[in-house]
Design a protein around this ligand. Structure first.
Ligand SMILES: *[C@@H]1O[C@H](CO)[C@@H](O)[C@H](O)[C@H]1NC(C)=O
Ligand SMILES: *[C@@H]1O[C@H](CO)[C@@H](O)[C@H](O)[C@H]1NC(C)=O
Ligand SMILES: *[C@@H]1O[C@H](CO)[C@@H](O)[C@H](O)[C@H]1NC(C)=O
Ligand SMILES: *[C@@H]1O[C@H](CO)[C@@H](O)[C@H](O)[C@H]1NC(C)=O
Ligand SMILES: *[C@@H]1O[C@H](CO)[C@@H](O)[C@H](O)[C@H]1NC(C)=O
Ligand SMILES: *[C@@H]1O[C@H](CO)[C@@H](O)[C@H](O)[C@H]1NC(C)=O
Ligand SMILES: *[C@@H]1O[C@H](CO)[C@@H](O)[C@H](O)[C@H]1NC(C)=O
Ligand SMILES: *[C@@H]1O[C@H](CO)[C@@H](O)[C@H](O)[C@H]1NC(C)=O
Ligand SMILES: *[C@@H]1O[C@H](CO)[C@@H](O)[C@H](O)[C@H]1NC(C)=O
Ligand SMILES: *[C@@H]1O[C@H](CO)[C@@H](O)[C@H](O)[C@H]1NC(C)=O
Ligand SMILES: *[C@@H]1O[C@H](CO)[C@@H](O)[C@H](O)[C@H]1NC(C)=O
Length: 576
């Protein structure tokens, strides 16, 4: 009695008896000034039951009590959600004025008291959108049907940090242009294939432009890193996995020419393969999907002619025809900086060295015993230079380069009861403006998944994940740069049963964060069987250790709705 009362108090759970499991993604708190005046407004409150095609659409108006709109030192969002029952992970997509600003997803609930999570998201770079009245959309397409009864009760607030002498206004672009469906009834996500193009007219005095790409695989592309090259997929039992191979490149094209690309991070959602491994600590990225930053400034000389230009988003594979399965969701937000003079910018692209597609190789070896090992490698090199002259006469020599490499090894062993993936994704991205770095992205996202099927009918399996996110990124000269080193070792066992899925899991996590403003954060947190077994937090952004009291209840049998690679058990819904 005493300990659960104490726990209820410590957990901050409202209500008499509910002891909700606190889910979370390991992440740094937003690097915003704690001592600044803060104004919090509620943006929306909505329970997403059966909500397919029924996004929450609200009128947004900037607060005026933390300084002139737009003068803020920063903005963060607080998305707090409770849920109970059985439900799949769902995408949660936030957009403001047709610009996607945050892609998240939902942890899967538990039955009974259910779960609660809060994610704090730094949206300072979207101040140009938050400075004026607009339309805010939260798209969370949930389904209720036999066996799936979990609803998501959501509250979204925004906190504005007033600027002051100590905390100056955040630097910002002049406008943000979306590459999206331009819908105000949902989050405007583009589904590719097919490739998507939008005609965009830029201000004639544009002097810099930066694109942020949002991209994640969905449906038969959810486990894209497990998809097998077409030349080998027929050697596997039908339904083991999907074709089109495991390599994916997200491309942004200007008038049909490649402007920049991203080799994406593999976000695993909380129903992914072993749902019980992602509870209470979600897979890294599930609540805040990584995005990718490109410098579009080299194309400014072309974009400033006052005419519409075609901007295209595409996701391609290492197959001969570069096609993928259905589907990826993509959008882009383009931060535009204009000159103080209204005279048109001039200039030219002086060097363009970019192939339409990455260079790829696919090799494999099949054993007499049916073993199959397949390797897909890719490299990508882009080098573009431009001379840009602003209306006010400033010259900018821009150099933009990307050097990316990728390798994916799949082992299908012992009659495919063993399915292992070893993927490496690394890159170095650099743009300089008059030799000063503008966009920097050095990254490494190694991923190893060992998936083992434990019984003949394939209903029991284990998987162990070793996944890292090491990234030094400077998104643009006016957006705070940071270095994150994160590693997640997770895994467990799971069984699908008509009477209710069950499984267990452990998750060990380390994260360090440091940014160019001098903020630091580190966290080491482990979980086993729904229980936090170790938690240490440090650095200037820390809010006190331990943040999560040891959870008093534990069960070795954790239910959940599961999805995993291939068709054999695809779409299995979990307990009724
Ligand atoms: C986030 O919002 C929830 C309510 O929606 C609130 O209980 C919680 O204190 C907020 N967290 C922070 C850090 O502001
Ligand atoms: C479970 O979810 C339902 C639907 O959202 C809600 O009415 C109910 O209060 C929740 N129960 C608990 C214990 O949170
Ligand atoms: C969003 O709305 C547009 C119409 O404005 C529609 O074409 C599109 O299919 C919708 N997308 C989703 C994911 O519901
Ligand atoms: C873009 O504009 C060109 C010329 O005006 C037109 O031919 C093309 O169809 C447009 N493309 C899209 C995607 O709207
Ligand atoms: C496949 O890889 C496994 C693990 O490295 C190895 O034991 C096996 O001999 C390989 N088989 C073939 C046919 O390459
Ligand atoms: C291989 O697995 C299939 C089921 O996926 C099974 O029918 C078959 O008997 C297995 N073969 C051997 C040699 O174990
Ligand atoms: C799968 O096989 C196991 C024994 O290996 C059995 O207990 C279970 O009931 C079977 N499940 C289904 C859905 O056939
Ligand atoms: C996966 O298996 C390989 C051996 O094939 C092992 O070296 C590696 O540590 C395993 N990875 C995980 C995450 O357990
Ligand atoms: C996490 O760490 C614990 C103890 O430190 C260990 O028993 C467990 O196997 C680890 N889990 C994974 C998935 O590496
Ligand atoms: C999870 O379940 C498997 C299979 O029942 C068992 O071997 C393993 O010890 C369990 N793991 C933990 C951490 O309890
Ligand atoms: C949860 O973890 C803590 C710390 O390791 C431990 O003391 C406690 O016994 C665990 N609780 C359960 C129910 O496993």
């Amino acid at each position: 009695m005493r300990s659960s009362l104490l726990a209820a108090l410590l957990l901050g759970v409202v209500g008499s008896h509910a002891v909700r499991l606190i889910d979370f993604q390991v992440a740094q708190p937003p690097p915003l000034p704690k001592d600044a005046k803060q104004c919090t407004i509620q943006i929306l409150e909505r329970t997403f039951g059966f909500s397919f095609g029924m996004s929450e659409v609200v009128a947004y108006a900037p607060p005026t009590d933390c300084g002139t709109p737009g003068s803020w030192a920063g903005i963060s969002l607080n998305f707090t959600v409770t849920s109970n029952g059985t439900q799949f992970d769902r995408l949660a997509l936030f957009s403001l004025d047709e610009v996607e600003i945050w892609r998240s997803s939902t942890p899967e609930p538990t039955r009974g008291d259910g779960i609660i999570w809060t994610y704090l998201k730094d949206v300072t770079r979207f101040i140009p959108l938050f400075s004026k009245p607009g339309t805010f959309v939260l798209q969370l397409d949930n389904l209720l049907e036999a066996g799936l009864d979990g609803q998501y009760a959501t509250t979204l607030t925004a906190t504005f940090f007033a600027s002051s002498f100590i905390h100056p206004p955040a630097k910002k672009s002049n406008s943000i242009i979306p590459i999206s469906l331009l819908s105000n009834t949902n989050a405007s996500l583009i589904s590719v294939p097919p490739d998507f193009s939008l005609n965009v007219t830029f201000p004639r005095n544009t002097v810099e432009a930066y694109a942020e790409l949002f991209a994640s695989g969905n449906g038969n592309e959810e486990f894209w890193y497990f998809n097998t090259a077409n030349q080998f997929v027929s050697q596997l039992p039908a339904g083991t996995t999907f074709g089109q191979g495991p390599f994916r490149e997200v491309r942004l094209l200007v008038d049909g020419r490649v402007a920049g690309v991203a080799f994406p991070y593999a976000t695993i959602f909380t129903g992914g393969i072993i749902p019980s491994a992602w509870r209470p600590i979600t897979s890294y990225g599930a609540l805040d999907l990584p995005t990718y930053f490109l410098d579009l400034t080299p194309f400014v000389p072309i974009l400033v002619d006052g005419q519409p230009h075609s901007l295209s988003l595409s996701v391609s594979s290492a197959e001969d025809d570069h096609t993928i399965n259905q589907n990826w969701f993509v959008t882009a937000a383009i931060q535009v900086v204009t000159d103080s003079s209204s005279r048109p910018t001039t200039g030219s692209i002086t060097k363009y060295d970019a192939q339409p597609f990455a260079l790829t190789t696919t090799t494999g070896s099949a054993g007499a015993n049916g073993d199959l090992n397949i390797t897909v490698d890719a490299t990508r090199s882009i080098h573009i230079e431009s001379e840009i002259v602003s209306g006010s006469g400033k010259r900018n020599k821009v150099v933009w380069s990307q050097q990316l490499s990728y390798s994916n090894l799949q082992n299908y062993l012992q009659n495919t009861t063993i399915q292992n993936v070893f993927q490496s994704t690394t890159g170095s991205v650099l743009s300089t403006h008059n030799k000063i770095p503008a966009v920097v992205d050095k990254f490494s996202y190694p991923l190893n998944i060992n998936f083992t099927v434990l019984n003949a009918n394939g209903t029991s399996f284990s998987a162990f994940f070793d996944h890292s996110y090491d990234r030094t990124v400077l998104p643009a000269p006016f957006i705070l740069g940071s270095t994150i080193k994160e590693r997640q070792l997770a895994g467990g066992f799971f069984t699908i049963a008509a009477t209710g899925n069950f499984g267990n899991g452990t998750s060990n996590n380390t994260l360090t964060y440091v940014d160019l403003a001098g903020n630091t954060y580190d966290r080491e947190v482990n979980a086993a069987l729904n229980n936090i077994t170790f938690d240490h937090e440090g650095g200037s952004l820390a809010r006190g250790t331990p943040r999560f009291p040891f959870f008093p209840k534990s069960t070795a049998s954790i239910s959940g709705a599961v999805r995993f690679p291939g068709l054999r058990l695809h779409g299995t819904k979990g307990e009724v």
